[in-house]
Design a protein around this ligand. Structure first.
Ligand SMILES: Nc1ncnc2c1ncn2[C@@H]1O[C@H](COP(=O)(O)OP(=O)(O)OP(=O)(O)O)[C@@H](O)[C@H]1O
Ligand SMILES: [Mg+2]
Length: 173
């Protein structure tokens, strides 16, 4: 199988971290949480509930892209979480990295709100959800990846994601 970098994307609360954890259990690939690549200034802004602007995001995305690129060079497949809401953000991640395959986990805003209200110990306040939903640009046909419904159980989401990846990239061939 060719080296694959699955980028689990979607708005906050869609289940990126949950799905990625299960993927890593299944595949045994190396994992990175995209949020961990934010510079300290961005983390402080998010804690304060201040939406990031794009100039805050480029260094974050370039740093994550660098991590992906190093592993791709070494032929190591990975799983990464990253909201990757805009096409321009996704381009930073996949430019020069043919291994990248986006898995967009899609969930209704009502379900998202409910999940975020129930979640504890996380710095993303649910007030940022509105701006996330407004910012989201759907994955387009000419981008590498697929949209997967996040409405079912985490295991269902993983099954659908792997089936889509298999049909596009021949995961199990
Ligand atoms: N398929 C699912 N069904 C039910 N609950 C889920 C599902 N996926 C995730 N959850 C729950 O929803 C909440 C948000 O999930 P998670 O933290 O994985 O989202 P996220 O996309 O990583 O969010 P963020 O961008 O803020 O990191 C968590 O409490 C998680 O347990
Ligand atoms: Mg997460």
């Amino acid at each position: 199988m060719a080296t694959t970098s699955i980028v689990v994307m979607g708005v906050s609360g869609s289940g990126k971290s949950t799905v990625a954890e299960k993927l890593v259990e299944r595949l045994g690939w190396e994992f990175a949480e995209g949020d961990d690549f934010h510079p300290e200034a961005n983390v402080a802004k998010m804690r304060a509930g201040t939406p990031l602007v794009d100039d805050d995001r480029w260094p974050w995305l370039r740093s994550l892209a660098g991590w992906i690129g190093e592993r791709e060079q070494a032929g190591r497949s990975v799983v990464v979480t990253c909201s990757a809401l805009k096409r321009s953000y996704r381009e930073v991640l996949c430019e020069g990295h043919p291994s990248v395959w986006f898995a967009h986990v899609t969930v209704d805003p009502d379900v998202l709100r409910d999940r975020l209200e129930k979640r504890t110990g996380h710095y993303m306040p649910s007030s940022l959800l509105e701006s996330q939903v407004a910012t989201l640009e759907q994955l387009q046909d000419d981008e590498p990846g697929a949209a997967v419904s996040g409405a079912g159980s985490p295991d269902d989401v993983v099954e659908q994601l792997l089936a889509a990846l298999d049909s596009e990239r021949g995961l199990r061939r």
